[in-house]
Design a protein around this ligand. Structure first.
Ligand code: 5AD
Ligand code: SF4
Length: 453
């Protein structure tokens, strides 16, 4: 039964990181090429896709709950096709678990099997189950994409990860590092710019090792050079950088090209050298701090963000104090703070000295408070100053308010006409409440014309 009279509808639940958000744009593109139209809930859908994440246990539990809820929806709409894809389905034993515990699921696909999505849906339309989590195929292809984030666009440059941090499931579910050929990346970037996108974010688990598996000697710094040299006003960002691989060439490229944003996401994970060693991060606290100094020497206005974990096995109060101290020294503009989550199949899963949950909870609360204090201090230094902001869209929480980012990556709210989405404007910061900045549009010649002032 199709609930909407005329269309076949799809709904995608996306969990996890930017990589998954971008994969969902590809999933949407494939479904739209088959005639499906986006709708706003699983209840109204003919195809519901769960694009999953398994980086932490909490994400996984939530997803299983949401998949379970489909059973009831399927009672009302037996033709509903349910697809599970993304990192969770790639984990050992999960495809089998879904088959036995969630028999109403029609399709299970792994992280590099999106090329099979169309066939899988066609099979499901004929009431045949479809399952393939063979990621050795490693087929990332040129999919139709339904981009939803204008004026921003994401571009994959490499897939997978070779680093095997001892806590992390990603190398097991996304496979070994594979770089896209530079010509392919450049063609996509040029096409996006010609379509009017104003901000490109290059995506990879470790963008800094881009090219090491290609024969032509390309590096991430060379890719930045090529993109930096393109004409036109646009911004380039990239994520994620592994501190052990962020080279001086990359820092120099950021400094050389005004189009490349002074903004680096540089996950530190811990401020303790001993914990970093146990995590297999392959840098020390001092090496990380030296890298920060090197970056700031060349890019004094850079916005640095990070990922930090508390409660890794063996983390003592002293180790944690080192993390707090590092946060205060580095002065991150923001930090994603996580409680360590045990992932089966990773080396840290079987480490002896797991940290009790109440200790983890106490540490994450203190870490967040510490980072909030740092963010607040940085925000206050921005008040009364003017910044170039790319207008991104309406702020869903405040009426008549738009938002956009500074070059360093800070989100600013301000009043302006919606017609300015996709334009670079100047905003004067008026007040700051910790992470949130409020400003006013500085009426420049361009704005005067639009507003007939
Ligand atoms: N537990 C908690 N956080 C994790 N991350 C990766 N694996 C785990 C885990 N097992 C965090 C890291 C990484 C970010 C994407 O997720 O901080 O940088
Ligand atoms: Fe996971 Fe480490 Fe690879 Fe990042 S670099 S994806 S944390 S293994």
């Amino acid at each position: 039964m199709t609930l909407s009279e005329d269309n076949l509808n799809y709904f995608i639940h996306t969990y996890g990181c930017q990589m998954n958000i971008h994969d969902s744009e590809k999933i949407a593109g494939i479904l739209e090429s088959m005639g499906y139209v986006s709708c706003n809930s699983a209840e109204n859908a003919d195809v519901v896709v769960f694009n999953t994440c398994c980086i932490r246990e909490t994400a996984e539990q939530k997803i299983y709950g949401h998949i379970g809820a489909i059973k009831k929806i399927k009672k009302n709409n037996p033709d509903l096709i349910t697809v599970i894809c993304g990192c969770m389905s790639q984990q050992e034993g999960v495809a089998e678990k879904i088959k036995s515990s969630y028999p109403f699921v029609d399709v299970v696909l792994g992280t590099s099997n999106l090329n099979l999505l169309k066939d899988a849906i066609l099979s499901a339309q004929n009431r045949k189950k479809y399952s393939n989590v063979d990621f050795l195929q490693n087929r990332e292809e040129d999919f139709p994409q339904s981009r939803t984030s204008y004026p921003n666009a994401w571009v994959n440059i490499n897939y997978g990860c070779n680093n095997f941090c001892t806590y992390c499931i990603v190398p097991y579910v996304r496979g070994r590092e594979r770089s896209r050929p530079m010509a392919e990346v450049m063609a996509e970037v040029k096409q996006l710019l010609s379509q009017g996108y104003k901000e490109i974010t290059l995506l990879g688990q470790n963008v800094n090792s881009y090219g090491h598996d290609l024969a032509d000697g390309v590096t991430f710094a060379k890719l930045l050079d090529e993109i930096g040299r393109l004409d036109g006003k646009f911004r380039l960002r990239f994520m994620t950088s592994h501190p052990k691989d962020l080279s001086q060439d990359v820092i120099d490229a950021i400094a050389s090209y005004p189009n490349i944003c002074d903004n680096i996401h540089l996950p530190v994970q811990s401020g303790s050298t001993e914990i970093l060693r146990r995590m297999n991060r392959r840098y020390t606290r001092d090496a990380y701090l030296a890298l920060i100094d090197k970056i700031r020497a060349k890019l004094p206005d850079v916005g640095i963000t990070t990922d930090i974990m508390v409660g890794f096995p063996g983390e003592t109060e002293e180790d944690f104090a080192d993390t707090l101290d590092l946060v205060r020294r580095v002065k991150y503009s923001s930090a994603f703070c996580f409680v360590y989550s045990r992932r089966k199949g990773t080396p840290a899963y079987s480490m002896d000295d797991q940290v009790p949950y109440p200790v983890k909870k106490d540490r994450i609360t203190r870490l967040i408070a510490c980072q909030n204090e740092v963010t607040k201090q940085i925000s206050q230094t921005m008040v009364d100053k003017r910044y170039e902001v790319l207008v991104e869209g309406a702020n869903s929480h405040y009426q008549d308010t738009m938002c956009g980012r500074t070059e360093s990556g800070r989100l600013v709210n301000f009043k302006c006409d919606e017609s300015l989405v996709g334009q670079f404007v100047t905003v004067q910061i008026e007040r700051a409440s910790s992470a949130t900045l409020w400003g006013k549009l500085v009426t420049e010649e361009k704005c005067r014309k639009i507003f007939h002032l």
